[in-house]
Ligand binder design. Structure first.
Ligand code: CA
Length: 224
C-alpha cells in the first residue's frame, strides 16, 4: 500500500486531503508543521509527499529542499501564492508539481494517482542508452559515463521520454501532457525550468538535450 505524507497546518484542509486519500485506499501520515514532517519522513518509507508552503517551524520550501537531499519521490506543493516566480522556485527546489489554493481535492487525487501509477507502471527492466547516458526504467537509475546521478521523479520522466524518442522533436505541449497530464496548472516556463535543472545534472552530457527554437526539445547523441 502506498504511504503518503500530508503536510498542512490548516486542520480542516489537512483533514479533507486525508479523508480523500483514505477513501482512495492510501496509507496516510500527517504533519501540521515542517519539523514534524521531516521527522515522519525520516522514520517512515514514504512514497509521495503533499506539501503546503506556509508552515510553522520550518517552511515548505526548506522541507522540500531537505527531502530532496535524500530522496527522489514525487513532491506535490500546495501554495497560497499564485505568483509565478514562487512556482518556478518550487521546481528549482525539486518539486514535481504544484496546486494553487483553493484547489479541487479531486484534481489533487488525480495527480497523486498519476504519480504513483507511473511508479508501479515501470516494472520492466528496460534499459535505454544513448550518448553516454544510461537509464534503467525499472530501477529508475541514471548514469552518465558510468557515474550514477540523482534525478527527481519528473526529471527522470522527461529524460526517459526524450531518450525513447531520440532525434524526434518533442513539443513542450507534448511533454506537459505526457508528464503532468491535461489538468496541469503550470505553463511552458515550468517545462523550461525542469529542462534547465536536468541539463545541469547531466553535466557535460546536458548538451544532448537540444532546444529546437519555437518547437520544443529533442535528444541527440553528441557528434564526435
Ligand atoms: Ca499553511
Amino acid at each position: 500500500m502506498n504511504k503518503i505524507l500530508v503536510v498542512e497546518d490548516e486542520n480542516i484542509l489537512r483533514e479533507v486531503i486525508v479523508d480523500y486519500l483514505i477513501d482512495d485506499g492510501y496509507q496516510v501520515l500527517e504533519a501540521a508543521d515542517g519539523e514534524k514532517a521531516l521527522e515522519l519522513f525520516q522514520s517512515n518509507s514514504v512514497d509521495l509527499v503533499i506539501l503546503d508552503i506556509g508552515l510553522p517551524k520550518i517552511d515548505g520550501w526548506s522541507v522540500c529542499r531537505r527531502i530532496r537531499k535524500n530522496s527522489n519521490i514525487p513532491i506535490i506543493i500546495l501554495t497560497a501564492r499564485s505568483d509565478e516566480d514562487d512556482s518556478i522556485l518550487g521546481y528549482d527546489l525539486g518539486a514535481d508539481d504544484y496546486l494553487v489554493k483553493p484547489y479541487s481535492p479531486r484534481v489533487l487525487m488525480a495527480k497523486v494517482k498519476r504519480f504513483l501509477e507511473k511508479y508501479s507502471d515501470t516494472v520492466d527492466e528496460t534499459l535505454t542508452s544513448a550518448g553516454g547516458i544510461n537509464i534503467n526504467i525499472g530501477s529508475r537509475l541514471v548514469s552518465v559515463d558510468g557515474i550514477v546521478i540523482n534525478l527527481t521523479h519528473t526529471e527522470f520522466e522527461i529524460l526517459a521520454y526524450l531518450m525513447k524518442n531520440k532525434g524526434i522533436v518533442i513539443t513542450r505541449e507534448q511533454l506537459i501532457s505526457k508528464i503532468w497530464g491535461y489538468d496541469f496548472y503550470g505553463d511552458e516556463k515550468t517545462v523550461n525550468s525542469h529542462i534547465r535543472n536536468l541539463r545541469a545534472k547531466l553535466g557535460s552530457k546536458g548538451s544532448c538535450i537540444v532546444t529546437v527554437i519555437r518547437s520544443g526539445y529533442k535528444f541527440e547523441e553528441e557528434q564526435l
